[in-house]
Design a protein around this ligand. Structure first.
Ligand code: MEZ
Length: 504
């Protein structure tokens, strides 16, 4: 049954749906058009990382990066558990020795190990939890790649730069978009089965902020499919790739020439410190989304606590865009059972529309995430108060979802929205009777350790790939580009770090 406080919404929505349909048929915009100045205003007033963050920005020492918010600064300056100078002495008598040390067991880490192996270099993956316990595993929506006309890597490049407000490092965006078609083929060779059309071509869907349909998907969570494929490849080569689980790295070790020479691990079972000596080191530890910056709900896994970022910072690595994180516009807040759940952007891509308490569409549904999230926050702010309050004290807007059309037998199939459909089944939620309310949720660390297109940092011998790196997405990432990022830059890190390891 409809809860009291939502009574009337469905009728309003039906009326406004009919109105929107009429407008769409006559070629008129179905949402209040936002001109450039209004967009700017929405972003500056309501983007959680703009105005408020600007007030609390702090400059820290030369060579240590750029402006940081107070929260980020305190994370980075968290106390070290070890004294690196004392540990350096242990490099003469390490617990493990390897050509390549990879810190982090997600998608980028697995790719780095696989590519190094193809390059004849053995590696050791040290991971805080189990191999594959990573945000890479959780991504539901898709991977962007320009695979066929009318799309092209150039269009992809322009979209990614535009989405990042042209702050991105262009060389990194070029690497991302130009490597994409090859990554698609490589993943297929390893066993990933992409969704295809009847003629055998790859199926592409829409996401926010993209000028072409470019999102590839699989018959389940794309992250789980890719991650399991990469894990199989890693686990099939135990002689070339050693994996140490529940052994997080906690400090990088530099040699007397300032080169990265390995790291100190901490075994979570035995509580022992272990020294790894390595010719090259790759950090692939992901972001800090689990730290609930600014009190937002998060879509991130438990391990996303910014460990690699902290280690790299303490070793003197330069950081980029640490003043910005991404809020996913469609975090569920109602029904209660799914509060906190990520509602994939695929739903917006397939026609999902955020509606306020009058059933009105207040923003174009396929805006990039920063604009979409800011517009939802504005709609729910006390100033406008057009969100819908739930009994649990949360506020959100309704996501008029294509799942409703699917249930009515039109268009989509369950496998296109596997996560949310399973969640509805698990809790017996009837999406038609219980509208799904959404509100932005902390999703992605836009910035990180500054890298170049070879994944090199300013510290010789230290490479970084995936969410732990900064520069690829500027201050706003487009959907599906993080799955692509860890595949492209994980491979690149493996290639260039193994070349480096061979040369020292
Ligand atoms: O790129 C992402 O963050 C992604 C694919 C998320 C999603 O909405 O499914």
């Amino acid at each position: 049954m409809y809860p009291d406080y939502l009574k009337g919404l469905l009728e309003k929505v039906e009326q406004t749906r009919a109105k929107r349909l009429e407008l769409a048929k006559s070629g008129q915009p179905v949402y209040p058009p936002m001109n450039a100045a209004e967009r700017e205003d929405v972003l500056s007033k309501f983007h959680p990382d703009s105005a408020a963050a600007a007030r609390s920005r702090i400059r820290i020492g030369p060579n240590k990066g750029e402006e940081l918010t107070t929260e980020v600064k305190s994370i980075l300056e968290a106390n070290s558990m070890v004294d690196p100078s004392r540990m350096q002495a242990s490099l003469a008598n390490p617990d493990y020795e390897t050509d390549l040390l990879i810190i982090g067991g997600g998608g980028a880490g697995c790719w780095a190990a696989i590519t190094a192996m193809q390059n004849g270099v053995d590696s050791l993956i040290a991971t805080k939890l189990r191999l594959g316990d990573a945000n890479s595993m959780m991504s539901e929506g898709g991977m962007q790649a320009a695979v066929a006309p009318p799309d092209s890597p150039t269009r992809h490049y322009l979209d990614a730069l535009g989405g990042g407000h042209f702050d991105n490092k262009p060389d990194l965006v070029r690497a991302l978009t130009e490597d994409a078609p090859e990554v698609v083929r490589e993943l297929e060779n390893l066993g990933v089965m992409w969704d295809k059309m009847e003629d055998g071509s790859l199926q592409v869907l829409h996401g926010g902020g993209t000028s072409r349909k470019r999102m590839l998907s699989c018959r389940d969570y794309i992250g789980a499919i890719i991650m399991r494929t990469l894990m199989d490849e890693v686990e099939n080569h135990p002689d070339k790739i050693r994996v140490r689980e529940f052994e997080p790295a906690i400090e990088l070790l530099l040699d007397d020439k300032g080169r990265c020479a390995g790291a100190v691990l901490y075994n979570l079972d035995t509580e022992q410190f272990l020294v790894v000596k390595a010719k090259a080191t790759v950090i692939t530890t992901g972001g800090f989304g689990r730290l609930h910056i600014r009190g937002f709900a998060t879509t991130n896994h438990y391990g996303a606590t910014g460990d690699g970022l902290v280690m790299a910072y303490r070793a003197g690595a330069r950081l980029k865009f640490m003043d910005s994180v991404q809020y996913h516009p469609t975090g569920a807040v109602f029904p209660e059972q799914i509060a906190g759940f990520l509602v994939t952007e695929k739903i917006r891509g397939a026609g999902g529309q955020p509606l306020n308490k009058d059933g009105e569409l207040f923003v174009f549904p396929r805006e990039p995430r920063d604009v979409e999230s800011a517009a939802i926050i504005r709609e729910c702010s006390s100033e406008r108060n057009m969100g819908i309050a739930t009994t649990a004290g949360r506020t959100g807007v309704w996501l008029d979802s294509p799942i409703i059309d699917m249930i009515h037998g039109e268009g989509y199939t369950r496998h296109q929205f596997p996560g949310i459909c399973r969640a509805f089944d698990r809790y017996g939620i009837d999406i038609v009777k219980q509208p799904m309310l959404i509100y932005p949720s902390l999703h992605y660390q836009n910035g990180g350790v500054e890298i170049n297109e070879r994944c090199e940092t300013n510290i010789p011998g230290l490479f970084v790939a995936g969410e732990a790196s900064g520069g690829v997405h500027g201050r706003n990432r487009l959907m599906g580009n993080s799955v692509l990022d860890y595949n492209v830059f994980g491979r690149r890190a493996g290639k260039y770090a193994s070349e480096y390891a061979k040369s020292v």
